[in-house]
Design a protein around this ligand. Sequence first.
Ligand code: PHE
Length: 459
Amino acid sequence: MNNNTNENASQRGAFTSKLGVVMATAGSAVGLGNVWRFPTEVGQNGGAAFILIYLLCILLLGIPVMICEFVIGRHAHTSAKAAFAKLAKGKKWRLLGLNCVLSPFFVMSFYMVVAGWTLYYMLQALIGGLGGEVDHAAQFARFSTHSWWPVACAALFMFITHWVVSRGVQKGIERSSRLMMPMLLLIIAVMVVCSLSMPGTSEGLSFLLQPDFSKVDTLVVLSAIGQSFFSLSLGMGCLITYASYFGPDTNLTRTACSVGLMDTMVAVMCGFFIFPAVFSVPGVEPGAGPGLAFITLPNVFHLAFASVPVLGYVFTVLFYMLLMLAALTSTISLHETLTAYMVEQFSMTRSRAAMWVTGSVLTLCVLCAWSFGPLSELKVAGLTLFDLFDFITSNVLMPLGGIFICLFVGWRIDRQVVRSELSHHGRLHEGLFSLFMMLVRYVVPLAITAVFLQGLLWR
Ligand code: PHE
């Protein structure tokens, strides 16, 4: 690094409060993965039994990996890419740093497309375009295959993200998370209460609360692991970057537990308003797949509240606002991971770096958006560009990143460094530390290897 870079690094921002740390990190974790992907997975994998396994995955695998990312980020005090080069000599580990640039780049390019959809649907819901006798499947097909609407929405979403990130760590990321996360939690609480007060909710509740283990097989377990990693934003450097803004007095273990708890609560609460609503309408299947949020749910909200259309309207608007807020706090963390890298690597100002990130991600994002319409025939290994980026990141780069981040902390970083990062002025129970080391050295890498192979072999 040259002098200029050092200067930039010393001017890097920091989160200023404990609440800011938790809200920003939970903001990264809580996203479309919770509101859209989790209910879909629960629906397709048999309900309560899946949720129980998912909880175990969060506790035994997700939280230890999150702690590893925190240790790396706070100790290195650099962007994710530079952290591995700083903490370990040897070229091999630098590949891990490279993963922390490529993965957020690819994830962002397809995530932004869905984020753009949520923006469009929010506006449609506001002007009443989702009520009445609308054929939701046809409406979604028309919109998602259009050549410029999805692109325009994704670009607008990207500019909002850009604006927040270019305002900086404290004024942009921390402040917006402290505003958006409570709003998001409030919306969910209102929706759970409304949904539970509808007739016919008991079927939805028993689907969520009565585990049926006969439906559980290896694939269900492996899906739960994959979902927990995606949901906690693990394996691609976002949390390493955020941890580099933590102060020395931030308790890493406690922060990881709070974020894990909040992320899980949001996911489960989304289940608690979505399934009672779905079951209150006869003939609608819970395992509706990825179309759940954009086809099934607007239809369900409309039918479930047919006798009180105003409630149907409010519920629909709130739902898409929720999706939008959740997506935004996550796209901010993806953007920040890349922006922090550009600032350090090329000694740029933050606003210039953010501009480069926005421009390059948007280019790829247009191709992903078009893979539903004008470019739907363009396939690589049988996958559209959108599916290809989703596949490469969720099934290859994220699990690989997770495995090697654990191995890095478990075997490569000095044990004393890990201990002192976790010990908070010397107060660390020896048994807990040994358990943590055992998890990150053996259990987590082996378990993720299993997901990784499943992702590659069973797709
Ligand atoms: N955790 C986010 C979600 O649940 C997705 C995400 C993955 C965000 C990786 C950042 C990094 O939607």
